[in-house]
Design a protein around this ligand. Structure first.
Ligand code: IMP
Length: 482
């Protein structure tokens, strides 16, 4: 069991800015292994700012390279983040966060579950925001990517109405779409583009019609949520097909085989930024049920979705994003370090902690080192992108959970709600710092001393090196540690 208190003694009492001062491999971050190859995962329970971090890394590479590949690996419309580039602010769900970058290839990978109609809405939103007929980046959708349709969303709604299983989910039909993969009858983008698309689609519709009928519902009358629009009534097969007929025409230009491209880019040294979705703590292998998502949220998923081409062992940096002073969560889980009262409300308001996909207010929790270190270890994390360092109030110490006990005896973190319901968190309180001063800092040495110590403590505790720190909502409010 990691002794976080001992690490605290080392960092604070000896004033030892360990990770920040030592000549760690940060300096050569872009030169390790296959140079210029970075992958970003969420290091906690989602919404830690991956979109912004991957977008900024893409922009960084584009300063010195003519082209960058931005690969989005998993998930679908359950993700949500806002990206701001040159004064244009846009909310993204399915598109890779580098979509606003000229000279970037945005590849939407084989393990994604894509909702075609929502994707078209998102593409139109980007075109509108850029006042252009052409997307800034070059969008490529892997023909092998899975479809996530209104049928999946309706089915998820039925499960939610009937029983446990759907609660907490974003309602975007993600797990039914991945369940089709496990059942070995998924629909892929190339099925939608094929001449025989109507036949396959009809078979799919009829299967879902029969499934929901068996559960006492009529598919035609069920509704599916839509991105930024009112719910859609599923309707008859003819109506369902008509909606997709228009959509497939718009998407056709972007759908293609990608395997040769991935091979070529990997071989010719083009910089690669990989954006994972959701977070390590939402992975079905490492997360707490029922609040897990259906895709693989770790770096290892990249190896399978690229059919062994993008090898995580060769990446120059495997990065996890975490929020500096707190955690947030959506879903039904009961967090041991859940924060209640005024401080939670203040953080929720200042950091705008409302679901980007669902608009739900997020739960706010004290930072939980046992959980984060479990996820860093099992997720094979090497570097940290620490976001929201400005969320700190000088009048309120930062409370950090450094361990658990059950009936007075030390206990470990395990991804099991029954176990977590029994644990009592052990906290230490650390000196807070001025958020406004933090927002102005351009380099680590300009951060308030307490914030520097804190970053050193967190990264030492998790055994990972800080790479990027965000100090405010604006793009320039990012400190590079390399
Ligand atoms: P699903 O991905 O819609 O199946 O939802 C499964 C669980 O993951 C639920 O608890 C969701 O709230 C959570 N979840 C899915 N995507 C995100 C995300 O991007 N951020 C935070 N939580 C998410």
């Amino acid at each position: 069991m990691t002794d976080f208190k001992k690490i605290y003694q080392q960092v604070y009492k000896k004033n030892n800015l360990y990770s920040l001062k030592k000549d760690k491999p940060c300096k050569n971050i872009l030169k390790n292994n296959r140079p210029n190859t970075v992958a970003v995962v969420g290091g906690a329970l989602g919404d830690e700012g991956k979109g912004r971090v991957t977008d900024e890394l893409t922009a960084l590479f584009l300063k010195n390279h003519q082209k960058v590949v931005h690969y989005r690996d998993n998930g679908g419309a359950n993700a949500g983040h806002t990206v701001e580039t040159e004064g244009v602010r846009i909310a993204l769900h399915q598109l890779g966060s580098g979509i606003m970058q000229k000279n970037a290839d945005i590849i939407m990978g084989k393990e994604m579950v894509l909702h075609p109609e929502d994707l078209v809405t998102e593409i139109k939103d980007v075109l509108k925001a850029c006042k252009s007929k052409k997307l800034p980046a070059n969008l490529i959708i892997d023909e092998m990517a899975f479809l996530c349709l209104d049928t999946h969303r309706a089915f998820e709604a039925v499960i939610k109405m009937r029983s446990r299983g759907g609660e907490g989910a974003t309602g975007r039909g993600i797990s039914p779409a991945y369940a089709d993969v496990v059942f070995r009858h998924p629909l892929r983008m190339r099925d939608l583009m094929a001449r025989t698309w109507k036949k396959k689609l009809k078979k799919h519709y009829e299967m879902y019609r029969d499934w929901v009928k068996g559960m006492g519902y009529k598919l035609t009358d069920l509704e599916a949520p839509r991105l930024g629009q009112p719910n859609v009534r599923i309707g008859s097969y003819a109506v369902f097909e008509k909606r997709l007929a228009k959509t497939r025409q718009t998407l056709k230009q972007y759908v293609q085989p990608v395997q040769d491209k991935l091979n070529k880019y990997w071989e010719d040294g083009t910089p690669i930024v990989i954006e994972k979705s959701q977070a390590l703590g939402l992975d079905k292998r490492w997360g707490v049920y029922p609040d897990v998502t259906a895709s693989n949220c770790g770096f290892d998923g990249i190896f399978s979705s690229t059919e062994g081409v993008f090898d995580p062992d060769q990446f120059s940096a495997k990065i996890a994003t975490i929020k500096a002073t707190y955690s947030s969560s959506v879903g039904a889980r009961r967090l041991p370090t859940l924060m209640k009262g005024e401080l939670a409300d203040r953080i929720r308001k200042d950091a705008h902690e409302y679901g980007a996909t669902t608009g739900r207010p997020r739960d706010i929790a004290h930072i939980d080192l046992p959980m984060l270190s479990f996820l860093a270890k099992t997720g094979r994390v090497e570097y940290l992108a620490i976001t929201h360092l400005d969320i700190s109030y000088p009048d309120t110490p930062v409370k950090v959970c450094v361990g658990y006990e059950i009936e007075g005896k030390p206990a470990v973190y395990r991804p099991d709600q029954e176990h977590l319901d029994k644990v009592k968190p052990i906290y230490i309180e650390l000196p807070a710092w001025d958020g406004a001063a933090t927002q102005k800092a351009k380099k680590i040495s300009e951060l308030p001393q307490e914030a520097q110590q804190y970053v050193a403590f967190i990264s030492e505790s998790l055994g990972v090196t800080p790479l990027l720190i965000t100090t405010g909502p604006k793009r320039h409010q990012t400190i590079k540690c390399f």
